[in-house]
Ligand binder design. Sequence first.
Ligand code: ADP
Ligand code: NA
Length: 378
Amino acid sequence: APGRVIFSGIQPTGVPHVSIELNLSAFCFANEIAQLGNYLGALSNWVKLQKTAAPDDELLFSIVGWHALTLPQDPETLATSRRDLLATLLAIGLDPKRSVLFHQDHVCAKLSGRDPFLSLSQNQAHTELAWILNCITPIGKLRRMTTWKTRLAASRNANNESEVDESLLNAGLFTYPVLQAADILAYRATHVPVGEDQTQHLELCRDLADIFNRTFPSSRPLFHLPSQLNTISRRILSLRDPTSKMSKSSPDLQSRILLTDTEAQIKSKIRSAVTDSIVGITYDPVARPGTSNLLTILAACTDDDVSEVVRRYEGKGHGHLKEDVAEAVEEMIKGPRAEFERIRHETAFLEEVARSGAEKARDRSEITMTQVRERLGL
Ligand code: ADP
Ligand code: NA
């Protein structure tokens, strides 16, 4: 059997540039690299995959800057975040010799030693395929996306629930799951290691691959239907509102732990995590989401089963648990954090990694795009 093609992506930032945040210093934005949920739900799996993959498995990991544009971004911060996120991927142990690390939006024309026109025209796989897929996507499917429904709900007029404030919505927010499908299908990926929050988007991706194959049939279907690779499936919740997921996109900076947080910041965020007033520690995600989230984090950091962790807290309370969670998180991220501080200043090295990654990604996606255009008659 041929090797797997494993593709995944992460947004360089997702923090809305809303007015309440404008009071905060730019420093807060510049450090929005990756949060604990990204690491435990996805990035740590990428590193594990790199260790366990067969020699003929292809690994592609992308920093998806175009997705970040669905929310307002500060250009300078976005530029810093893109570079810092690449440094983060290297800091957690991804090896650019084994895995293709690249920017989705990388303009090859900027890269040295290539015919700028040729490079530019060959590097539009993601946007070109996204447009083509948009044209075969029934909008009903996009309306059913939970992420879209959440955005719609958030933009409903506070006084009149039935009215949506359309000025808060852009077309990119509606259609970015299609861009995500293009990201995956451009490499004809067979496996996609993403967190549980992405399951519905991946289903859409499979739907679109299938619609494309049926709309433009030939002796062999062009796209594989990629499957979700949940090495370990975990959903890490917001520390402040444990009914929603921890995300870079939340305006509440206390709701997430960043891989760049200091020990003191970690302690303070965990201490103020919302739990409940029930005595004792039990794992019950429905009735006790905050407490259960802390147990999930602890189990993930120490590589234990949740049930095993719960047993240790018999007769103990939230104070104990929070102290241990903070310690375990610090223990887990202190290595990558130090590596990140070192690598982020190696500008020439980072540029070289990005350049060679973009070239490999372009060469790989161009094989797909040649066939896509042929089938469409373009
Ligand atoms: P964010 O919401 O922080 O901007 P991204 O959309 O960039 O995250 O997602 C990057 C990866 O991290 C995806 O594979 C996604 O499934 C995973 N991920 C994001 N948030 C969480 C979470 N709270 N728990 C588990 N995995 C998550
Ligand atoms: Na997101």
